[in-house]
Design a protein around this ligand. Structure first.
Ligand code: NAD
Length: 443
């Protein structure tokens, strides 16, 4: 099949590459000339495990190409995916200017029947706007389909090639049949290709992300209650998770959710609900708990140094003159994505309180420079970041941080204090080794 993907970001690039991998001819289009130039020269502008290899294979076999030329992309293709960004507007609603802008261009260059598939996360009713934008520019027939994407950054290839389910919103059987043909190679039994009406498909994406964000805020709130009651969240989490109705997924306390999806999608759903007369009380609380959680680790650090251990008598802020090492910057492991990352809030709070901050992340340091410029020190070796530090804060649970040499850490640090924002360490072992240890909701 001949496919164009408009927007070559995390979702568009993975979608295009994986569809090429399953035998289609794919052209990925973006207005960002730098991004397309990099891709044409074999450089992948984002970090996603396994992606570079797949791009290489499919470009060398001639199934995958890149362009900034919208006319070429549209004219060559029968299926056109829209995978552009839908960032939050000032009022929290999804800003659809990139989606409708792309739709108008698609309409302008149409040269026959096309299936236009919306993969971006968009509020219910957007398909109608996309249809109107295309129709204003063409007299050719076309169908608009909603096909929200559920991939996780860091495991995006696996998620796309072996999806739990594929949600397809259509308003006629021709579009349904074409979409089933497109996805059947990924889900051979076809039982998890869910055909539904367009508005339900658009809503499914928001409902799914809102549920996952709710689980995270829920367990974070429970962890705060545990901390204040001297109960242990690890035990509580296990006690809950073995109940099959609850399960373990997304029940890990931490420093709050981030990334390009949960924060913006929860906000957008609250906004959409409000516009239609529904006060989304649960989702508003999910957001509020998350904001609070992003500030928790820096508050714990400030409180620790205020309590006297290592308090500097002459300075106003207990963190003045202190160096805090931060391990992990991306919003989760296996990605370089820093959008809405809790590390940004934590580090800004620490800097504001007068601390010096040394950071290390396996892949996100370049992205991090866009946020912190030269206000912090970037260390390319994890242990270098903790040399002379008064505390270590673990913010992202990269696997390389899970079993470090604690004796070496203790030798290198100015004071052996660890703030474990992801509860990845054994608190008993660390205390035995002489560390002062803080976790999230651990007694
Ligand atoms: P992104 O910011 O990484 O990529 C968007 C790309 O679209 C950019 O490269 C931009 O230059 C390009 N673009 C903007 N306007 C364009 C136009 N008119 N023509 C061509 N290209 C254009 O965004 P992303 O993370 O890939 O997300 C895309 C959509 O998918 C969003 O709606 C997001 O909510 C949704 N989504 C994201 C994820 C994720 O994990 N990142 C997962 C599921 C769904």
């Amino acid at each position: 099949m001949k496919i164009a993907v408009i927007g070559t970001g995390y979702v568009g690039l993975v979608t295009g590459t994986c569809l090429a991998e399953s035998g289609n001819n794919v052209i990925c289009m973006d207005i960002d000339e730098r991004k397309i130039a990099l891709l044409k020269s074999g450089i992948v502008p984002i970090y996603e495990p396994g992606l570079e290899e797949l791009i290489k294979r499919n470009t060398s076999h001639g199934r995958l190409s890149f362009t900034t030329d919208m006319a070429k992309a549209v004219m060559m293709s029968d299926f056109i995916f829209i995978a552009v960004g839908t960032p939050p507007g000032e009022d929290g609603s999804a800003d659809l200017k990139y989606v409708t802008g792309a739709a108008r261009k698609i309409g302008k260059y149409m040269n026959g029947y096309k299936v236009v598939i919306n993969k971006s996360t968009v509020p219910v009713g957007t398909a109608d706007k996309v249809r109107a934008a295309i129709k204003s520019k063409t007299h050719y027939k076309f169908d608009v389909v909603s096909n929200p994407e559920f991939l996780k950054e860091g495991a995006a290839i696996e998620d796309f090639l072996k999806p739990d389910r594929v949600v397809i919103g259509v308003d006629n059987s021709r579009a349904a049949a074409l979409m089933e043909d497109l996805y059947t190679p990924l889900l051979r039994k076809g039982d998890r290709i869910l055909i539904m009406d367009i508005r339900s498909a658009e809503m499914t994406k928001y409902a799914s992300n809102a549920m996952l964000a709710t689980k995270i805020s829920f367990i974070n709130e429970i962890s705060s209650i545990c901390a204040s009651l001297d109960a242990d969240i690890d035990s509580v989490r296990k006690g809950m998770g073995y109940d099959r109705r609850i399960g373990f997924e997304f029940l890990f306390p931490g420093v709050g959710y981030g990334g390009s999806c949960f924060p913006k999608d929860v906000k957008a759903l609250v906004r959409t609900a409000k516009e239609h007369g529904v006060d989304a009380k649960v989702l508003k609380s999910v957001e509020a708990v998350n904001e609070q959680q992003k500030n928790l680790l820096s508050t714990m650090i400030l409180q620790h140094f205020s309590r006297g251990a290592g308090k500097s008598r002459n300075s106003r802020s207990p963190l003045a003159g202190k160096t805090i090492a931060v391990w992990g910057l991306s919003f989760k492991p296996k990605t370089d994505d820093m959008r809405e990352a809790p590390s940004v809030v934590i580090i800004e709070n620490l800097l504001r309180a007068g601390a010096a901050v040394n950071v290390h992340d396996p892949v996100a340091m370049q992205e991090a420079r866009k946020f912190f410029k030269n206000k912090i020190k970037y260390l390319h070796v994890d242990y270098d970041a903790i040399k002379g530090a008064d505390a270590l804060a673990v913010v992202t649970e990269w696997s390389e941080f899970r079993t470090p040499d604690f004796r070496k850490i203790k030798r290198l640090m100015n004071r052996p204090v660890i703030f474990d924002g992801r509860n990845i360490y054994n608190k008993v072992e660390l205390r035995k080794l002489g560390f002062i240890y803080y976790g999230i909701g651990r007694n």
